[in-house]
Design a protein around this ligand. Sequence first.
Ligand code: AMP
Length: 542
Amino acid sequence: MLGLMQDWPLLCHRIIEHAATVHGTQEVVTRSVEGPIHRTNYAEIRDRAVKVSQRLDRDGIKLGDRVATIAWNTWRHLEAWYGIMGIGAICHTVNPRLFPDQIAWIINHAEDRVVMVDITFVPMLEKIADKLPSVERYIVFTEKAHMPETTLKNAVAYEDWIAQADGNFKWKTFDENTAAAMCYTSGTTGDPKGVLYSHRSNVLHALMANTGDSLGANAGDTMLPVVPLFHANSWGIAFSAPSMGTKLVLPGAKLDGASVFELLDTEKVTHTAGVPTVWLMLLNHIAANRLKLPHLRFVVCGGSAMPRSMIKAFVDMGVTVRHAWGMTEMSPIGTLAALKPPFAELQGEARLDILQTQGYPPFGVQMKITDDAGKDLPWDGKTFGRLKVAGPAVSKAYFRVDTEILDKDGYFDTGDVATIDQYGYMRITDRSKDVIKSGGEWISSIDLENLAVGHPAVAEAAVIGIHHPKWDERPLLIVQLKPGQTATREDILKFMDGKIAKWWMPDDVVFVEGIPHTATGKILKTALRDTFKAYRFPNAAA
Ligand code: AMP
């Protein structure tokens, strides 16, 4: 017997429709790519998104067609998103930090018909445009006055383009399982893989994000997603904030400490979200200029492990820190480190211990750890295993790739190694390919990195496994010092000594000018392994 409730498909554009109807005057503020601060609201965003739908429809874009965006977080990008999805086309967010050849590969693989692009990325696209046969036209996110001279095919300024629509158009309705958006994983090995979100998965993910133990915002709050729209839906905030009526502040192209600080301050931002590198820049700016952010209450940090020293810096500012783990394939939220009983009352170091975990999953994410043979491992907080996940916003396949990616119980292998304790708190030990295998035991490169960045002279640290004749692999610590600071190998090892098991101590420390990163801000270990492939430990007898 079926229930007698209404058929009300979970469609993404219903979110912006709700925001416009119930929270229409709530502001969306942007530092525009052209420079000035721009202010609009949810009602206007909805009206202009409808025009995007109407205009794409007139250009012959149909259900299932891919429309790419290569853009910063701005109001135009947001309204284009909803406009693309509102006719059942697929909003393909391309990460502009990838190499141009990777961008060309991704656009070709997705067969994007239209590309919407910020002025910043027009020169890069011009260089690869002759390799993009599927693209029929380029829409540049700007108005006539700032439209660059360009060789891009059928290029038009976005404002001129939507001015040709009168807004007399209705969103389309279709099955909630229809694809809504796609995002390619950065793929440090092999080709990038296309993750294809559905309307249903995006809406359910927004609801998962909308709790106090998740992103923690309400209609009375102001959220600044530093995390880009092209990084897994800005962690879902592009859906979650309008669904709650939260004011949005969008940082455009400027993500340095001073620019982010200025927006947090002037817009009285209460909630913000970004990767550790962004928070490092912000905290350095705050410390160097003795600044304060009296309105900031909540910082979400994910994408890479959040160092303990960073958690402490925010806690000392009176800010709630929400360390989160997830991945593009999970839309992306997997777990969040909220303090629940019996930990809520903890203080000092014990409190930091819990805040530093990757946290527990919200309803809608199931997880387990297994050994290599797929056997379930206990949730005892000690046993490491492969972390696997399931849920309505978790991928079951990649776009146009036939390989099976789920195990026999329907779980997706995240490629991470983790422990889970009896309360459900998960701790990432490593990516499975980064964990250091020393004498049959595992050493967590993440734990060593977190510890090393706690040294006052260290800006960033990376640990890789180097072949060792006796132990198979041993850890090499690679350090980038803060500008103007000095420290020796011995200083760093002394700082770490006693804080970890003796056999976890790095066998050597080397100093580099800069640590390479992926397009989503993670340490690029493949490049480091390449740089140090001829390295041998001084103490390792052959
Ligand atoms: P992406 O799909 O680019 O977001 O990358 C997902 C991967 O980033 C995960 O599988 C983890 O390896 C890593 N990651 C994300 N958040 C965290 C975190 N809080 N701590 C450690 N690793 C993380």
